[in-house]
Design a protein around this ligand. Structure first.
Ligand code: SF4
Length: 132
């Protein structure tokens, strides 16, 4: 069965990259059945790319302006419904260190908002909890 939404991130070794990785895992945990992390390096394998393209929607998150993920998907021909480059989106410089809890939460909120929009405005589990 095709996935509803695949989330791809660059898994960069910097504050933003680690925060994005943790946010993607959290969103998967909170939305099992609707959201799944996709394997970004696997886009270079033709049969994996074909499998990935069968998902209903795809979002890609790059942690910094080097845009490794974007370059990879453009080279391999993987379309995405939404692209975020976090340092530009949040207006912060790349930091080669682990993220603060505040940054982790900020990054989670940015990605959560986009994931929610791509799922057609469905309330995500976290929002459902906050609403009760
Ligand atoms: S986009 Fe930036 S953080 Fe992500 S893998 Fe490339 S250099 Fe690292």
């Amino acid at each position: 069965m095709p996935y509803k939404l695949l989330i791809f991130t660059c898994y960069g070794g910097c504050a933003m990259g680690v925060a994005a990785s943790k946010a993607c895992i959290r969103l998967w945990e909170e939305n099992v059945g609707e959201v799944k992390i996709g394997c970004l390096p696997a886009v270079i394998v033709p049969w994996k790319l074909n499998e990935i393209k069968k998902s209903e929607k795809r979002i890609l998150i790059d942690a910094c302006g080097v845009q490794c993920g974007k370059k990879l998907i453009e080279r391999e021909g993987m379309p995405v419904d939404r692209y975020i480059e976090l340092t530009s989106e949040l207006g912060v410089r790349k930091a080669k260190q682990l993220p603060s809890k505040a940054l982790e939460e900020q990054v989670y909120r940015v990605i959560q908002k986009e994931v929610g929009a791509l799922l057609g405005g469905n309330l995500l589990e976290e929002e459902k909890k906050e609403a009760v």
